[in-house]
Design a protein. Sequence first.
Length: 313
Amino acid sequence: MRPVIAVHAGAGTWRYLRIRDVIPVIERALRSGMEVIASGGMAVDAAVKATIALEDSGLLNAGLGSVVDLTGNVTMDAGVMDGETGGIGAVAAVTYPKNPVLLAKKVMELTDHVLLAGEGADKLAKALGMERHPGPTERVMGRYRELLAKIKEGGAVRFRKSYELALKLGWLDLHDTVGAVALDREGRLAAAVSTGGVIMKFPGRVGDSAIPGAGFYATQKGAAVATGIGEVIIKSFLALSVVRRIESGLPAMEAAERTIEELTKDYGKDTAGVLVVDGEGNAWASYNTEAMPWGFLRLGDRAPTISGLPESS
Ligand code: GLY
């Protein structure tokens, strides 16, 4: 068994972001999570710390870089699961915290509940003195205005059709959700995930990242986080399906590959990806999108391994 931290920056098309800007973010997140593991800390703290580094990048679709809904507002989802204790915390459609994944961890630690949504969750973040989200970045708002204009130009009145058309035309640069999985020195596993959801979503929409078993799951044998179209991931219970396969004896890579194969048969390509680690410390990401930048760092390794980059990079 070798302790490891693995993170991803989202499955998607990766057309607009420069991948050379994303690689240092992945490396920073891995090193940040590994600091916790190396000092004897818990997998759950490592996964959350790594996810905070991704949220704080302002580049990825989570935390500071979260995309906006149809009305131009940021609402975020996040989840955490400690595979050792079975503890779960999640938040849905929150607007207040800069780091929704931290609020999800507080839900796990401080409340009797698994999932807090909207106003109540925001109130808790405020009461805990959490840092406040500053609102969408200029880059996200620029993209929003451009999309809105294109949707209007097209005369499209229905969100679904507009959205699918925009996706087909390459106007939506889907790079969706961030997440981390970790195995610590004591063999404990954990998963953490965070997202701004899908751009131009209907206000109030909640995706997979707030739903245990869909966007994230961890047991004493495996941990997984999902990325992609939340509706597909919720219907297929992606993270739970992968972990169940690990529990039935498959190593991380095979479990992830088989589950994504099955999901692709049911829902088509360009829909999802999953990052997973098993109890031996094998980390793997499988996806049916153009790319899913991800990486892992094992305890004792000097340099991380990065993979899943778009072909053009
Ligand atoms: N995978 C993130 C979402 O659909 O909200």
